[in-house]
Design a protein around this ligand. Structure first.
Ligand code: GTR
Length: 368
């Protein structure tokens, strides 16, 4: 791996196994000391934290459409209450009718529709997967209004504290509340529930799985800056921390703005965020024309995070000693990466890559 090692060395990344208190040599040390350290750094400097978990009241209604009798479609309403204020988030649960329990995707989506252009509903049903989707703006609006939706129950009035949650943290929080609910449903296989999102919601899917160890896998699609792409040494065509904080300051904790022109001053880089998902499955998807999301930066995160999977005695990213080519699906390890043709999108090709990788993992799992 000399070539990839030299590319990583040129990025001067923090060592994912090391904190100021020393380097982890075992998975137990990683879990007790290094993992909590990166988690704290990540929340303090990039995404911000939420103070508490609220238990919502949940009601469900069954919709008439059943996809040729192959699935049940329910709308699940989550009502959160705090200090006399309430907010309800609708989510869409599509469950295959065949014998369960079923693996599930918790889908952070841009839109509430079922089916939807980002959600090939019937194909997923046919593959035996349930999908539990939510429209992110139903959680809290994608803007600087912190009194909107769920944020209105938690956020400080006026200026946010430097380490206070940005909107990505709110959306990730919702994915965990959806997980709470799925775990109460016998149709869902508790060991095979993952989270998926694209672009700003790819960043969110990675954050959700980094924070919540119940997610068995995360599909982090087209996530780019503050997602799977490394900040240090980014490609010149890729989005900088300055660009993202200028356009979308409310996605992040205000502390992140300090690194607009100094990614090397951040105590962590995105491979440390990705590594919080170990030893569970991390599936990163990139598109060759999506230069803004930094294809090689997303790939190198997968390489740089892999030593943590190796601590657990698993393989990280299984790759030749080269940057990926279009059409590659590197799906053999605990860290997976695919590079498809085309532009920024959560496409059918991405879904099919994830399904293929997840099913080969299931087969390999049986052989082990
Ligand atoms: C872009 C943003 C990216 C990405 C994308 C999206 O404008 O710069 O970081 O998140 O939006 O979410 O669609």
């Amino acid at each position: 791996m000399n070539y990839l090692k030299s590319l990583l060395a040129a990025r001067s990344l923090p060592d994912v196994l090391e904190t100021p208190d020393g380097r982890a040599a075992t998975a137990a040390e990683w879990e007790s000391r290094v993992r909590p350290y990166w988690r704290k750094q990540m929340l303090t400097h990039i995404y911000g934290q939420l103070p508490q978990v609220l238990t919502p009241t949940v009601t469900t209604e069954v919709n008439q459409i059943d996809f040729a009798g192959k699935a049940t479609w329910e709308t699940v309403h989550f009502t959160f209450e705090k200090d006399g204020k309430a907010h309800t988030v609708p989510a869409q649960m599509v469950t295959p009718k065949g014998e369960g329990p079923h693996p599930f995707f918790i889908l952070l989506n841009f839109r509430p529709e079922v089916p939807d252009r980002y959600w090939p509903t019937e194909e997923l049903i046919d593959a035996g997967y349930g999908v539990f989707g939510v429209c992110y703006q139903d959680v809290t609006a994608d803007d600087g209004d912190f009194q909107s939706g769920l944020a209105g129950l938690f956020a400080t009035e006026g200026e946010r504290r430097p380490d206070e949650a940005g909107k990505l943290t709110y959306w990730a929080y919702m994915a965990s509340r959806m997980m709470d609910y799925l775990l109460t449903r016998q149709e869902a296989d508790p060991k095979r529930i993952g989270v998926i999102g694209h672009s700003r919601l790819g960043k969110t899917a990675q954050l959700a799985a980094a924070l919540d160890e119940r997610f068995a896998f995360a599909c982090v699609n087209g996530s780019g800056t503050a997602g799977a792409a490394l900040a240090r040494g980014r490609d010149a065509a890729a989005e900088s921390i300055r660009a993202i904080c200028t356009r979308f300051p409310y996605w992040f904790a205000p502390n992140y703005y300090k690194y607009m022109d100094a990614p090397e001053a951040l105590p962590l880089d995105q491979h440390c965020v990705a590594a919080l998902i170990a030893p569970r499955r991390l599936l990163v998807g990139a598109a060759v024309e999506d230069l803004w999301a930094d294809t090689s930066g997303q790939f190198l995160t997968c390489v740089a995070a892999s030593p943590v999977w190796e601590l657990y005695g698993k393989r990280g990213l299984v790759t030749p000693d080269a940057l990926p080519s279009v059409g590659d699906v590197l799906g053999e390890g605990g860290v997976c990466f695919h590079l498809r043709a085309g532009k920024h999108y959560l496409s059918r090709t991405d879904w099919l890559s994830y399904l293929k990788t997840l099913s080969s993992i299931a087969e390999n799992g049986k052989k082990e």
